[in-house]
Design a protein around this ligand. Structure first.
Ligand code: FES
Length: 570
């Protein structure tokens, strides 16, 4: 790409009053004139925030990116966008994923940026930034923040999945308040995002398998100096991507999405992968449906990572990381898919080695033949729902049981530990109105706690069904993302205590044993959902959010508007 063709030159290359203004106000930052005279301008889209602890090291990471940009002859400009800290934001970070994507999209388009580096870490920051960038479609590279070091507690390795184990142990009286308090600091002991194959790690693997990062992005720990090296090299590479005009749409092909789905099965990635990948595909214009996720039944689980296995992201990196795992998948991947390197994805992994076969298994001897995310459909989820078999109890994957229904999250909290709750371990727990529109924002509450009286009996898993999501660090026989959700009149809304529900994951079935007539009759008596916000972003979200099987994006955000700015301002 010639200097004159750079987007940034529509600002900095202008003559007269406009050019004066565009350049002069940049120069107040001490920027020499030559930086604005035809160097590729690289935006560094930063989700740094002290309210997003997983991304709190991003200002430092951005400095490494800048070194790389300068080295390759570009000019870096760092800009902030809204950040989403999974643990602090209420009611749920997912409510704001689409808002951040709008922030990213408009920030890129509106500014003199030729290429962009997306600094992503905590769960939603990755899909939000990629979605926004897709709707502009300029050269883009992703740098993830990296996972935390493995937690250490009383001689044991721990990480986020232990939150659920510890809290259940505490509820069962097997862990004291003091022990729980001590475990807090032992678990989160370094910079970075959650150290298991939760949603953040899943997203980091997703962007690497889509071809949006340099190799090894997914697993280098945040505290490892090689994370900074990766950021530096990514800064250099984006400058060349601008010169080559290598854009997101060149990389994000149908084959790239299929690669990501295959890899997600082999790593035991989060169920949240489905909803985010669908939304990204819709932004870039690649047809992708829920059924595409069922097409990887032949891919086994290769990564022995929590919550499906034993190890942590740090171990994954030392064992060879995602390139070593992708090498095992060589025969089932689209080897020629182009990545940000401009070369085929197979070049990213073909020379890699595995240093720990207990951590990264082979296709011939997988860690678990059961992998991936299965889609179940039926009269209870016409558009589909998802289950993660590797995190479920095999004996419950085919199960018929009596429904114990919670009408909403408040109802669930009020009843779940009530000793008089009419429930036994064969029952199916049903939670309504935690979907995109109904909650709003589809929180991670789908892996409901086991009722205390059953927990006391030693019950550790039950079939649980909802229109919400589950934390990527969660586990259990949990059916999630039921679509249509209860709040828009899906069949889930009319399920009552005592109804018989049948789940058959292998057959892809989720069914409530009611006749069509009974379902219609109950639906005709259904009250309209009345939890709509009256103003602001939440109103916009609830008015326009689509159902989970479409990615829960807002209808007016699908697709792209490109990088053209329609009007000049001066
Ligand atoms: Fe940020 Fe887990 S809370 S990645």
């Amino acid at each position: 790409m010639d200097k004159e063709q750079l987007r940034s030159q529509q600002w900095f290359g202008k003559k007269g009053k406009d050019g004066f203004i565009y350049r002069a106000w940049m120069k107040n930052q001490g920027i020499p004139a030559h930086e604005l005279q035809g160097k590729p301008v690289i935006g560094i889209c930063n989700t740094w925030s002290e309210l997003t602890p997983c991304n709190a090291h991003f200002r430092e990471l951005a400095e490494s990116v800048k070194h790389g940009v300068y080295e390759a002859g570009g000019f870096p400009v760092e800009f902030p966008v809204m950040s989403l800290g999974e643990t602090l934001i209420k009611p749920t970070a997912m409510l704001y994923r689409n808002l951040v994507s709008m922030d990213v999209e408009e920030s890129i388009r509106a500014n003199p940026i030729d290429g962009v580096v997306l600094l992503c870490g905590c769960d939603k920051t990755t899909p939000a930034l990629v979605m926004g960038a897709c709707s502009v479609n300029i050269p883009t590279i992703v740098v993830s923040g990296g996972p935390m070091l493995t937690g250490k507690y009383r001689g044991h390795d721990i990480s986020t999945s232990d939150v659920w184990r510890f809290s259940e142990a505490h509820r069962a009286g097997k862990m004291t308040d003091e022990e729980l308090f001590t475990a807090e600091a032992c678990m989160l002991r370094s910079r970075g995002h959650c150290a298991v194959m939760g949603t953040a790690s899943t997203m980091a693997c997703m962007v690497e398998s889509l071809g949006l990062t340099l190799p090894e992005n997914a697993a280098i720990p945040a505290a490892d100096s090689r994370r900074k090296v990766l950021a530096h090299l990514s800064g250099s590479r984006i400058v060349d991507m601008v010169r080559e005009n290598l854009r997101l749409s060149d990389i994000l092909t149908r084959e790239a999405f299929e690669n990501a789905i295959t890899v997600n099965a082999a790593i035991g990635g989060s169920t949240n992968f489905v909803i985010h990948l669908l939304a990204i595909a819709a932004r870039i214009g690649v047809p992708l449906t829920m059924d595409d996720f069922n097409n990887v039944k032949s891919t086994p689980l290769l990564a022995n990572l929590q919550p499906s296995g034993k190890y942590f992201m740090e171990d994954f990196y030392y064992a060879g990381g995602l390139p070593a795992l992708m090498k095992e998948l060589d025969k089932v991947l689209h080897r020629d898919s182009i990545t940000v390197s401009g070369k085929a994805i197979s070049e990213n992994y073909i020379k890699s080695e595995c240093f720990n076969r207990e951590m990264i298994a082979t296709m011939d001897e997988p860690f678990n033949p059961v992998a991936g995310i299965m889609v179940v459909k039926g009269n209870l989820s016409e558009n589909g729902a998802v289950v993660k078999p590797s995190a479920a109890t095999p004996a419950l994957m085919t199960h018929t049981g009596r429904a114990v229904v919670f009408e909403n999250i408040e109802d669930y909290k009020a009843k779940i530990d009530n000793p008089n709750l009419d429930v036994d371990e064969s029952c199916v727990l049903v939670l309504k109105n935690v979907g995109p529109k109904g909650y709003p924002g589809m929180p991670e509450v789908g892996n409901m706690s086991i009722p205390k009286k059953l927990l006391d009996k030693g019950v550790t898993d039950m079939v649980r069904i909802s229109d919400g999501r589950m934390s990527g660090t969660g586990f259990g026989t949990v059916v999630l993302h039921v679509s249509p959700e209860a709040a828009v009149g899906g069949t889930l809304a009319i399920v009552q205590n005592g109804d018989i529900i049948k789940l058959d994951v292998a057959a892809g079935l989720l069914h409530v044993e009611l006749s069509d007539v009974e379902i219609s009759e109950r639906k005709s008596r259904l009250k309209v959902h009345e939890n709509l916000s009256s103003r602001g972003y939440v109103w916009l979200y609830q008015t326009h959010v689509e159902q989970a099987h479409l990615g829960a994006d807002m209808d007016f955000l699908k697709g792209a508007s490109g990088s053209e700015v329609l009007r000049d301002s001066h």
